[in-house]
Write a protein that binds this ligand. Sequence first.
Ligand code: UDP
Length: 401
Amino acid sequence: MPGALFVNIPARGHINPTLPVVADLVARGEHVIYCLPPEDELLIRPTGATFRPVANSFPEARERKGRAMSLSELPAAGVRGAIRTLPELLEIVVADKPSYVVYDAYCLAGRLVAQLADLPAVATYATYAFNEQVLFSVTSGRLSDPSSAQRGLPGFDEAMEELVAKFGVPPIGLLDLLLHPEPLNIAFLPREFQPAGETFDDRWVFVGPSLAPRPEAEALPLEHLEGGPVAYVSLGTVYNERPDFFRTVLRAFGGTGWRVVVATGNWVDTGDLGPVPDNVILRPWVPQLEVLAKADVFVGHGGMNSTMEALAYAVPLVVVPQQSEQRVTADRVAELGLGQRLDPGDVTPESLLEAVTTLASEPGVAERLAAMQKAALAGGGHDRAAAEILRFTGNLGPGPA
Ligand code: UDP
């Protein structure tokens, strides 16, 4: 029963937007296999895809908890992840005979399994899409000499040598790693939000946020949010071990008229944050879409999914970026007039309260958010992504019976 082989890195931000796409494909009769580490099976099962457990293609990112690795360590970790995961993926291809691969652009194993098994591939982008123009502008020219940038990546050359020796693939340089468009590339953001969006050719489809209701283990007492403006605070699932930030949030909102939901993530001990004011609900994990549906402002880290989810619900953003891609997003949000950037070093109870109060009441912000929400929804989301994948695979000519 040939069909799609989805390959991803085990990060919620990269998995989440693919889930409704997979569910759509399955609903349209496509057979889908999704490969992730065993602990992610519960995320995949509701989509109707067949789950195949594989090794973690980015284990360091999880083991190192909320402090996560620096961006310069990611390329080598991705290559090591590919070395670990590829043998299993190749076995799955032999056993299940998929007719094409859909892989997250950060998952080198996905790109390589398609290449080694000679299968057509679709790439998904859960963060920004990359072409030369975007890459050089977001890295502020740091990649103008790619070989010296590559030498500055800890462990990259050694990992690449091992990959080449084990799998007989040609070496992949840093630029090729970052810039590898497939015949179809699906970006889960609107072209209007993508920097230099107009420079991407017709191999790129900007579908905008890919959202569907998510089964959540634990309900929040949302009735506590009645009676005042609602603020939602989260630093996402990776760069979130920031107890001081969460303490500042509690001090900022305690005793005010705001109703506040705070998602702390798994690495902060909530008992360490001091007393939680009555107007604050604090949890390691929050049903984010349900809360955004009620929020007047979102204090977030600028993770792409969270940002897209805020735009889909037209919620203004205070972005407190934790790494460089999030700084790009913070600037993009500010430049498009959809919110404000507040750097971690500038977060005080006063500055935070002032930022949320200003944003929630500025009419210009609401108008611009409404326009961006319209553009985001016009991208077509998961429906369009699934349709484009089927169109692409239909274009491949008759597959195996
Ligand atoms: N998320 C959630 N509840 C939480 C924290 C995060 O549902 O308490 C979801 C959020 O809706 C988003 C994803 O986890 O879909 C986080 O992805 P994002 O790209 O925003 O940030 P990352 O975690 O990758 O830094």
